[in-house]
Design a protein around this ligand. Sequence first.
Ligand code: MF3
Ligand code: CO
Ligand code: CO
Length: 300
Amino acid sequence: MREGMEDKMPGRNDPCPCGSGRKFKVCHGQPGAEALPAKPPGPLRKNNPRRAHLIKTPEQIAGIRKAGILAAELLDMLEDKIRPGITTEDINTWVHEYTKSRGAISAPLGYKGFPKSVCTSVNEVICHGIPGPRRLEEGDIINVDVTPILNGYYGDSSRMYPVGNVSPKARHLMENARECLDIGIAQVRPGAHVGDIGAAIQRHAEAAGYSVVREFVGHGTGVNFHEDPQIPHFGRAGHGPPLLPGMVFTIEPMINEGKWQARVLDDNWTAITVDGKLSAQWEHTIAVTDDGVEILTARA
Ligand code: MF3
Ligand code: CO
Ligand code: CO
């Protein structure tokens, strides 16, 4: 917690925004709360990794920023490599090797059994596509989602890449999804609510005739891959937990050309649109600062 932020904070006797059901003063409102085991719904589990670091220390944010800069470098490195004829396995190799060369490791590799170092999601794939022998063709669109772990800290970011020349409608979808990310980030400041982010994103996507994926959401991150809070990319302004300085989470809207529903393939990872239409996604990891927001997955 930062000095001078008292008016933006929940009251000492208000419910803690981590959802523990405890009063703020005995939960994340106390000094050193990043180490505090919070009470999840259901039985109390000590040091639940999703909830233990709701408010990051400045030292933790500095570490996440370094991992985030590496994520941005990885995505920059791919900009002129992604073209017709390469395979998604090539992307995996480039990401894996570059990450290793920087003394970091790739969080996806082995995460809940995920077999590769990066997610590559082509055309109708919404997210969690597994790299393999598929060759990219002129006109494809692809999301590449990287999460290096550097000195124990996670930086989670993804971008869309056009493969050669793409159709105007594919380009428009990619651009709208990018705008959704920027508009979501623009909602972030202390005292705003998680619902403000989703409401703004949903409005922008649906105004263009697109839909917002519901099954996958943004998430707290930084000390563990996936932490609280969850950040839906749809919802109602003013609803959901308040944003507090020191929170670190991703915003990663998945925007569909057609229906919002997803289906997961038999590999248990690849999520595709139910109607086979295109999907696009961009992701940043951000920190709530004392007066606004800092994008952690961008070069300084
Ligand atoms: N990077 C993804 C996200 O944005 C998570 C990928 S999990 C994996 O949350 F196992 F598929 F890598
Ligand atoms: Co990601
Ligand atoms: Co993420």
